[in-house]
Write a protein that binds this ligand. Sequence first.
Ligand code: FES
Length: 104
Amino acid sequence: MKVTWKLPDGSEIAADVANGTNMMEAAVANNVPEVIGECGGSLACATCHVYVDADWEAATGEIDDFEDAMLDATEAERSDASRLSCQIIAADALDGLVLIVPKA
Ligand code: FES
């Protein structure tokens, strides 16, 4: 699937990501700044915070209670579009996904 990260400076990084890969791993592999993934995707750090483009919010699914609690610990301000990108898993249904990287 294809994913595009929109960066705070207005530039974009696009990549093809294998199904099953989480969006934190994909961001790190593609040198997306500010997506750190300190805990390795175990929902313990919130350094993989992104905003999901409005067109993709429904497709990325519901936030579970644990992610919801962790999203209160993000460095950049939380919004309705906030997700922890390690919890978004590449799949055909997300082909074309757009993620917005918060300002540091
Ligand atoms: S990588 Fe730590 S919560 Fe996502």
